[in-house]
Design a protein. Structure first.
Length: 100
């Protein structure tokens, strides 16, 4: 069954209203269930204490770990699919280490 959100098409990023652009972050992976990192920012920022750990038992393409790393949080991901592990590792390594 097709999701109604997949029917929305934009020609350019500029066509997307500015307050929604962060939800349409382009990610080039072969993972089937990628969601916007912006959905994780608030829960991680306010749900994980300083020095705490963000656990993602199905890390997939690594979106949760990327969000945690950008926010300076510790993270642990679990994934069985070797293909997705490589995708997640590449995405996590691409995020600069936070100094604070």
């Amino acid at each position: 069954m097709e999701n109604a959100l997949t029917k929305i098409e934009f020609k350019k990023l500029e066509d997307i209203p500015s307050h929604l652009r962060e939800f349409f972050e382009p990610i080039n992976t072969d993972h089937f269930a990628i969601f916007p990192q912006a959905l994780l920012d608030i829960p991680i920022r306010f749900g994980c204490p300083k020095g705490g750990l963000v656990l993602d038992p199905f890390i997939g393409s690594g979106t949760t770990a990327v969000a945690a790393k950008k926010l300076g949080k510790n993270y642990l991901g679990i994934e069985l699919n070797e293909k997705y592990i490589k995708i997640a590792e590449a995405r996590i390594k691409a995020v600069p280490q936070s100094l604070f």
